[in-house]
Design a protein around this ligand. Sequence first.
Ligand SMILES: *Cc1c(COP(=O)(O)O)cnc(C)c1O
Length: 425
Amino acid sequence: MSTTPFYGSDYDELAAFDPDIAGVLLSELERLRGGLQLIASENMSSPAVLTALGSTLSNKYAEGYPGRRYYGGCSEVDKAENLAIERCKDLFDADHANVQPHSGASANQAVYGAFLSPGDTILGMALPMGGHLTHGTKVSFSGKWFNAVHYGVDKRSEDIDYDQVAELAREHKPKVILAGGSAIPRLIDFEFFRNLADEIGAIFWVDAAHFIGLVAGKAIPSPVPYADVVTFTTHKVLRGPRSGALVCKAEHAAKLDKAVFPMMQGGPQMHTIAAKAVNFKECATPEYAAYVNAVIANAQALAAGLDAHGIRPTTGGTDTHLSLHDLQAVGVTGADAEARADAAGIVLNKNAIPFDPAKPNVASGIRVGTPSVTTQGMGPEQMKTIADLIATAVTKGDADPDNAVSKEVRAQVHELVGQFPAYPR
Ligand SMILES: *Cc1c(COP(=O)(O)O)cnc(C)c1O
């Protein structure tokens, strides 16, 4: 008899019972393999992570924390959560970790719940300048229930306007100051934010959803020594399961644990927590450190390659895994660029650039990231090729996949991804 400890991988059985969904699983894998994945917030997690996700731990109710559960039968999932917590604390040299948030947005909710009451003021980065929906935009609970004040970037450097941050902090006296976002290509001066927070008596929160993987691989400075709390996703550069987590100073541990559960969430997803533990173990290896250094080298090569085609990177380049590009000089909108690239087998997203004159659903820029292509084993030489392919598709191509340019670029994309397959068999 087989001793396989999990049952999630029996594709044939699923296909016999539900060919519709089995077909989606297969065609999504083919889609991943068949194109260039340049969405900066995506990556390709390991088979080990996917195995933990597909396990029977999905069945277990475990409200509470290890050793303090509201249900029986938690002896085994307690081991998984304790491993995830210990590995997370070690990885980031943190006092305390909570690995239960279901996502980046859920981890952020916990910070609001722990430190703020409705109507309180928070200072964060504006969404069109690189921030995130959960940082106080009007369509989010964060902007509906809290008074959000926003800083942006400096017009000339296109990097965070630190003078404006200080001015707004002194004027509005926010309870929480937030650094981090979804389209910030440069390193953040955490020491500046810490000193400012101390000056006005605010909590300093870093939303590291995008760049935490670069911190885990020790390629960029860590916010953990400076921030009261650091929230993050586990599926971006970090390359774990789709989920979230937070680390914080010891003094805030009890408050944040209560805010995650029971204030914001119900039962934790134990299969995902097991997968996070696997991922944290992967992140502590020399291979992962080499990976994140390659991610940054590739992002710099890709940004320079696009720049050579007149597709300028904002801030002049990148220190991280992503770059933001201004398409105004080549006379193409972000929306058209996204559609043309897609028709050519290149998946990227339109993005507002700082002080964008276009509407958000059109935008004047694109955002590209290298976590996925680096996981596939590509290097700077391939980044130059990718930059050439993007430039051709965006400036000469068409949103119609049957257009000659779309077809030609797609053929070259297929050749490239054939040499660096995603999830090789
Ligand atoms: C991706 C992201 C989030 C949200 O993560 P989800 O897992 O999609 O909820 C929050 N903050 C920032 C800065 C992000 O980039």
